[in-house]
Design a protein around this ligand. Structure first.
Ligand code: PLP
Length: 357
C-alpha cells in the first residue's frame, strides 16, 4: 500500500503545541508580541470582500516580491516566496543538492529539519562537529574533498550563536563557486548581520528568512529566499512543478503590510533583544552556563540539575521550554524569549524548583 520512499522517512518533531492546558509557551521560538496592528485592519477589510477568495492568488506573488526586494535593496528577480521557510528550504534542497556529488555539509547540532529533508530527497549528508564552545569553525567546511553544498543556520539553532559576516564571506571565498551555500537566517533580525549584502557578489549564495519569528506571523506560514536570478529561477522551476500557489491572497496582503511597518518591527525586535539580555544576566547570576545568543531564545544549562529534570518540572509548573534528548546538548534547555513578565515567572518557578531539589 505504501511507497518505498515513505518507509525511509523519519519525520521532523516540532515542539509541542498544547491544545487544552494554558502554558507559558517558551518552546517553539514564536514571537510573544502580536503581528503589526495593520494586519487586524486588513483582516477586517477581508470580511467585506470574501468574494475575492473565489479566485486563485497571483502564482508569482509579484507585489510581495517587490516589497521584499525594496526592503533588502534587491530586485524582484532575486526573491522567492513560499508557504513558510520550511517549504522554501525543501524546494532549495531539491533544486541544489544531489546524492552523486558528495555530501551536504551542516553542523552536528543545528536545525533538525535538515537531515529530514536529506532523507526526503535522497541527499547524502555529513554533520560537522561544532567546536567545544558550540561555535562553528568555517574552515571545517572549506575542504578539498567534494561536497554537494553547505547549509548553515545563522544564528545557529539551538545554540543561538551567530557567525560574523566576515566568516560567511571567508566561507564563500574558500568554497567552490559551482556549489550552493544556503544561510538560514530565521533568527537574524534579533541582532546579527544578514548575508543579503553578499548576494550581489556571490551568485551561489542563497539566504533564507521567515515571517514566523521576528515578524510574528508563524500562524500565517510565509517564508522567502534571496539570491542570484539564476538560483531563484531554479527554485521557481521546482515550485511550479509542485504547488503553483503556495501563498494565498490574504497572506500576501498581510505579509506586504508587515514588511512595510518597519517601525513596529524595530520596536518588537529591540524589546525582545532587551528582554533576552536581562534574562541572560539573571541566569548568569544564578550560575547557569548560557551561550551568547543572537536569537529570540537562549540555550542554557544549570550547574547541577539536568536538562530533562528541569524541562519536566517546569512543565508541571505550567511553563513549556524545549529540551533535546540528544547527546552533547542534553544538559541544555532552549528557552524562547517571551514577555518580560513571562521571563519573571520562569525565574520564580526556577527558584522554587531549585529550593525543592
Ligand atoms: C523556525 C525555523 C525555520 C522555519 O520557519 P517557518 O518559516 O515557520 O517554516 C527555519 N529554520 C530555522 C533555523 C528555524 O528555527
Amino acid at each position: 500500500m505504501f511507497s518505498k520512499k515513505l518507509k525511509n522517512l523519519t519525520p521532523y518533531t516540532p515542539g509541542e503545541q498544547p491544545q487544552n492546558k494554558q502554558y507559558i509557551k517558551l518552546n517553539t521560538n514564536e514571537n510573544p508580541y502580536p503581528p503589526s496592528p495593520i494586519t487586524s485592519q486588513l483582516l477586517n477589510n477581508w470580511s467585506k470582500k470574501t468574494d475575492e477568495l473565489r479566485l486563485y492568488p497571483d502564482p508569482d506573488s509579484k507585489r510581495l516580491k517587490q516589497t521584499l526586494a525594496d526592503n533588502y535593496n534587491l530586485k524582484s528577480e532575486n526573491i522567492f516566496v513560499g508557504n513558510g521557510s520550511d517549504e522554501v528550504l525543501a524546494l532549495a534542497f531539491f533544486s541544489f543538492f544531489d546524492p552523486d556529488r558528495g555530501d551536504l555539509l551542516f553542523p552536528n547540532h543545528t536545525y533538525s529539519f535538515y537531515p529530514v529533508y536529506c532523507r526526503f530527497f535522497d541527499i547524502q549528508f555529513k554533520q560537522i562537529p561544532l567546536n567545544a564552545d558550540f561555535t562553528i569553525n568555517i574552515k571545517d567546511y572549506i575542504r578539498k574533498d567534494e561536497s554537494t553544498g553547505i547549509i548553515i543556520a545563522n544564528p545557529n539553532a539551538p545554540t543561538g550563536i551567530p557567525l560574523a559576516l566576515a566568516e560567511i564571506k571567508e566561507l564563500l571565498n574558500g568554497y567552490s563557486k559551482d556549489r550552493v551555500v544556503v544561510i538560514d537566517e530565521a533568527y537574524v533580525d534579533f541582532g546579527s548581520e544578514s548575508a543579503t549584502k553578499l548576494i550581489k557578489d556571490y551568485p551561489n549564495l542563497l539566504v533564507v528568512q521567515t515571517f514566523s519569528k521576528s515578524r510574528s506571523l508563524a500562524g500565517q506560514r510565509i517564508g522567502y529566499a534571496m539570491g542570484s536570478k539564476e538560483l531563484i529561477t531554479a527554485i521557481n522551476t521546482a515550485k511550479n512543478s509542485f504547488n503553483s500557489y503556495p501563498v494565498d491572497r490574504i497572506t500576501e496582503e498581510l505579509a506586504i503590510a508587515t514588511i512595510e511597518d518597519t517601525e513596529y518591527f524595530k520596536k518588537i525586535t529591540s524589546k525582545i533583544i532587551e528582554t533576552r539580555d536581562i534574562f541572560s544576566s539573571n541566569l548568569k547570576q544564578k550560575n547557569w552556563k548560557i551561550l551568547p545568543s543572537g536569537a529570540n531564545f537562549v540555550f542554557a544549562s544549570h550547574p547541577k540539575l539536568s536538562g530533562e529534570y528541569l524541562y519536566t518540572r517546569l512543565k508541571k509548573e505550567g511553563i513549556l521550554v524545549r529540551w533535546f534528548n540528544t547527546a552533547g546538548i542534553d544538559a541544555y534547555l532552549r528557552i524562547t524569549i517571551g514577555l518580560p513578565k513571562e521571563m519573571d515567572q520562569l525565574l520564580i518557578a526556577l527558584d522554587k524548583i531549585e529550593s525543592e531539589a
